[in-house]
Design a protein around this ligand. Structure first.
Ligand code: ATP
Ligand code: ZN
Length: 624
């Protein structure tokens, strides 16, 4: 409101000044301006009876009572003499002073303007400014009181260790006095460390929910303001507020925004951030451990934090919240599946196997996407086909149903994917093939998905060799059955080569070169990128060894496909007919049977569902 009235004041003053300007001109208003020389002529000709000199202005009255005016010049010292000589009555007045109001306005105007601009920006920064211009130092922490926080530890899944670690905090918050009597030392600060979306915020809320205490949450970036001192006073305010509501939890997300070690950053440091951090340290030291306020902070990088934050009495307890493993993913899926109506064919364990690397937030998103698919198809339950599509969409981008693919190209892709799949099925150590599709999706024309039994933690030599053969399978099938080679296999080739190179140079899996590690991964590509630890001769041996591995695996795959031609043909036919085939159909084909038709509900969607999942590394055929 203030800025609006300020604008009005400015406008009124401006008008006043303009009016004054016109007004002073109005005094001389009736006079006709004439040249100075004409005036002098008039004086000499005795046509002037009266003259008023006011500052530099001369107003003269002629004998006929008409008024003229002109500008006097100090150069003309003879003017007075001329006037006297010609008997003109004259008067000299001092130049008119600006009025008091005008003076005040002129001297204060720049100041007022500055203040106006300042207020404007302040309000802008407050985001519309409900708090007005005077609430900078107030904490922005949002408080959620115990009655509307319904999250409990049961909602957090797949991180049992972390949950065990925080159980003690829940106990303490439930009944601080019990601990206080025994004098036990309860942590004041807990640091949750883990990648984004793994449920750090959720876990902190669950602690508050379980203990039924208020939960203050704020993001580290909320403290970082343009003005020195604002962040620090926000910290102070937040702690004061929290103490009033103790026992309670303060949750600071992204603490690295303030907690980065001091002296880092441009120009050797950032005063504002350091002040804020110092204030945080002061507050954490200051409040009694028994006051019942527990500060939980989250970060994805504990290594960038200022060491002072991690000292005893501050965030001395660390809880690691990592990406969920296969069992964790299954539990998280189950938690989120409770919120939507799920069909009986949905198997959380299969989905968990197919989603390595997914975080809790990704899995929540998966369930949500699946529900959207089901809604779009007007289903009453979310079934496995919806989950499959949701997962494919998240991994590969949406289906490109409208993409026009020439029949020839489609056939080529079908042979290519069948090649991958048949080789994978025939090799003993390969991960089971769960789905093959030639449905274009994202940037891929088709893909073969293998589903690992376990999360791939380490690679074994035989398995890696087989993987190389599987990668070659696509291109070889094109060679054998189509007779021409497309560029769609280039991704396969580069992956095969990379794998072979790592086997030789990193994993020491080559018989000829032994277990020495030839590639210093630390310095890879640094300083010119040449690897000085390898001599020219060794480099040649390395190349020859990679070549040998690739040739050998290529020959193996080619052999397998040549001697199983009819299986590739049948699979290709099935793919051309149904676009996607699942594990059961693939098994039929490999057993030499006619593949069973796709499961129900498929003909409507044209794309058959499958109960398979994704592999860690689907073999993707990119368009040329
Ligand atoms: N372990 C889990 N169990 C159940 N749901 C989870 C889990 N992890 C994440 N989620 C889901 O993902 C959402 C986002 O997680 P949350 O915001 O807690 O992650 P975060 O680790 O704090 O991420 P960030 O570091 O990006 O802030 C949660 O609201 C929840 O729906
Ligand atoms: Zn391929």
């Amino acid at each position: 409101m203030f800025s609006k009235s300020a604008i009005w004041v400015v406008v009124v003053l401006l008008l006043l000044m303009l009016y004054k300007q016109f007004d002073s001109h109005g005094v001389t208003g009736g006079a006709k301006p004439i040249a100075y020389s004409d005036l002098l002529d008039d004086v000499k000709a005795k046509r002037i009876k009266d003259v008023v000199i006011e500052g530099g202005n001369i107003t003269a009255t002629r004998s006929d009572d008409t008024k003229v005016r002109s500008t006097a010049t100090i150069l003309d010292r003879g003017l007075i003499g001329d006037l006297r000589d010609n008997g003109v009555h004259f008067d000299v007045k001092p130049p008119e002073e600006p009025s008091f109001l005008q003076q005040v306005f002129v001297s204060w105007f720049p100041m007022l303007l500055l203040i106006g601009v300042w207020i404007f920006f302040m309000r802008q920064m407050q985001g519309g400014g409900k708090g007005g211009a005077f609430s900078f130092g107030k904490s922005k922490a949002r408080m959620m009181d115990e009655t509307n926080n319904t999250v409990t530890l049961a909602d957090v899944a797949g991180c049992d260790e972390a949950k065990e670690e925080v159980a003690e905090i829940v106990d303490f918050l439930k009944d601080p006095s019990k601990f206080q009597k025994l004098g036990g030392r309860i942590p004041r600060g807990v640091l949750m460390v883990g990648p984004p979306g793994t449920g750090k915020t959720l876990l902190a809320r669950a602690i508050a929910g379980e203990a039924k205490v208020p939960f203050f949450s704020i993001s580290g970036s909320d403290f970082v303001e343009m003005f020195v001192g604002v962040g620090a006073s926000r910290v102070r305010d937040m702690f004061e507020n929290a103490k009033k509501h103790s026992p309670c939890i303060i949750f600071i997300d992204e603490i690295d925004a303030v907690g980065r070690h001091r002296g880092a950053g441009m120009g050797g440091g950032n005063d504002e951030r350091e002040q804020t951090l110092n204030q945080l340290l002061v507050e954490m030291d200051g409040f009694e451990a028994q006051s019942g306020v527990i500060v939980i902070a989250a970060t994805n990088r504990a290594d960038v934090l200022d060491k002072a934050l991690l000292r005893p009495g501050r965030f001395d307890r660390q809880v690691n919240v990592g990406l969920p493993d296969i069992r964790g993913r299954e539990q998280i899926l189950n938690v989120h599946m409770r919120k939507v109506p799920i069909g009986t064919d949905v198997k959380a364990d299969v989905l968990a196997r197919g989603t390595p690397g997914f975080s809790g937030a990704d899995l929540a998103n998966l369930v949500n996407e699946a529900a959207l698919f089901a809604a779009r198809r007007s289903k009453r339950l979310v079934d496995m086909a919806d989950f499959e599509d949701a997962k494919d969409k998240i991994y590969m981008g949406p289906e490109r149903k409208s993409m026009v693919i020439r029949e020839e190209e489609r056939r080529n892709t079908a042979y290519h994917e069948s090649g991958h799949a048949v080789v994978a099925k025939l090799l003993p150590k390969a991960d089971p093939v769960h789905k093959v599709t030639i449905m274009p999706r994202g940037w891929a024309l088709g893909l073969t998905w293998q589903l690992p039994e376990h999360d791939n933690i380490s690679g074994y030599k035989d398995k890696m060799l087989e993987e190389i053969s599987i990668l070659f399978g696509g291109r070889i099938a094109e060679e054998i059955f189509v007779g021409q080679m497309s560029t769609g296999a280039s991704n396969d080739f580069s992956r095969a080569t990379k794998l072979a190179r790592s086997m030789v140079t990193k994993f020491g899996m080559s018989d000829a070169l032994g277990v020495m590690v030839y590639e210093d991964t630390q310095n890879d590509g640094f300083l010119g990128g040449t690897n000085k630890t390898i001599s020219e001769a060794t480099q040649q041996k390395v190349d020859a060894e990679i070549r040998a591995i690739l040739d050998q695996q290529y020959a193996l795959a080619r052999n397998l496909l040549e001697s199983n031609r009819e299986k590739v043909e049948v699979m290709t036919k099935a793919l051309l007919e149904w676009e996607t085939i699942d594990a059961d159909q693939i098994n039929d084909i490999m057993a030499g049977l006619e593949p069973r038709p796709p499961k129900a509900g498929v003909s409507i969607r044209k794309q058959p569902p499958s109960d398979g999942g994704t592999g860690v590394s689907p073999s993707v055929t990119a368009p040329a």
